[in-house]
Design a protein around this ligand. Structure first.
Ligand code: ATP
Length: 276
């Protein structure tokens, strides 16, 4: 079953076309990098998947996640809330409630599934608290559970957001530039955490990245947007220098490696031998 299916998506802001007839399908269990230069439409595309932005109504389009409609022809689907509950979001910033503890931030992931009176009172059961600790364990942050979220580093906060997605039992995680403001070591840890939940738990991950080298290291498939159109969609190793130059002009992000046709890596481990 496909985890994500976007058909003929068009979006304009103030009559400027930002997404032009985008169709994409992602299978369950994939980890896909969404790349492209600044302004190419990556974040806008991600927001359509979460039902935070709606397509132009003037042309037929559809966005489905986990086989359920998120929107059709630019209108929210009836079951949007239920579908959203199965999608975890990790944003570049503003991921957490700073004044709350790390554990409570993770527990927030359960809110869509608990009765309103309990969520309003902030009551969580012992089982839920234990589950939050287990989610923190999975992202390597269990010992930070009782700290205020604001005391954690940017990279740790991103991993808490991933734990919140686990608490939510999200089947799809959408990470929009999760490492854009992080140092290389924190970036590595965040990307490894996304890779871990993808490989071990089978969670579908779509991650937008400015840094092509991280896409090359952690994702097998890339989808590249250029001026609102799908410019490339395929195995990461097919992103050669010519394609990258065409995608980014001469400003290929530092550290990315365009493979020449005669030096394609044979397997993913070739990327792993190339520390970022
Ligand atoms: N709410 C909005 N109102 C008007 N224009 C918008 C809005 N959101 C996005 N845009 C415009 O749409 C285009 C695509 O923006 P988007 O943020 O999707 O690109 P991006 O590829 O994610 O860029 P970046 O990598 O810099 O985050 C840009 O020209 C942006 O200015």
């Amino acid at each position: 079953m496909s985890a994500i299916k976007i058909t003929a998506l068009r979006k304009s802001f103030n009559r400027v076309s930002v997404l032009k007839d985008v169709s994409i399908e992602v299978q369950k269990g994939e980890m896909v990098a969404l790349i492209g230069s600044s302004g190419s439409g990556k974040s806008t595309l991600m927001r359509h998947l979460s039902g935070l932005t709606f397509a132009d109504r003037s042309s037929p389009s559809s966005v489905e996640v986990l086989g359920r409609k998120v929107q059709k022809n630019g209108r929210p689907a009836k079951q949007l809330r239920a579908t959203r509950a199965r999608i975890g979001n990790v944003f570049q910033q503003f991921n957490l409630v700073n004044r709350l503890s790390v554990q409570t931030n993770v527990l927030i992931g359960a809110l869509s599934r608990i009765p309103t009176y309990r969520s309003l009172l902030g009551w969580f059961t012992k089982e839920e608290k234990l589950k939050a600790l287990q989610a923190l364990e999975s992202v390597g942050l269990r010992e930070h559970a009782l700290k205020r979220a604001s005391y954690l580093s940017g990279g740790q906060q991103q991993r808490v957001a991933i734990a919140r997605g686990l608490m939510q039992e999200a089947e799809v995680i959408l990470a929009d530039e999760p490492i854009a403001s992080l140092d290389p070591e924190s970036s590595r840890l965040v990307m490894e955490t996304l890779q871990k939940i993808n490989r071990e738990l089978g969670i579908t991950v779509v991650v937008t990245l400015h840094q092509v080298d991280y896409a090359q290291k952690y994702c097998r498939r890339a989808i590249a947007l250029k001026e609102g159109e799908v410019y490339f969609d395929g195995p990461i190793e097919d992103l050669d220098t010519a394609l990258l130059t065409d995608l980014y002009g001469t400003n290929i992000p530092e550290g990315s490696r365009g493979y020449q046709a005669n030096e394609l890596p044979e397997k993913l481990s070739d990327f792993e031998l190339n520390p970022v």
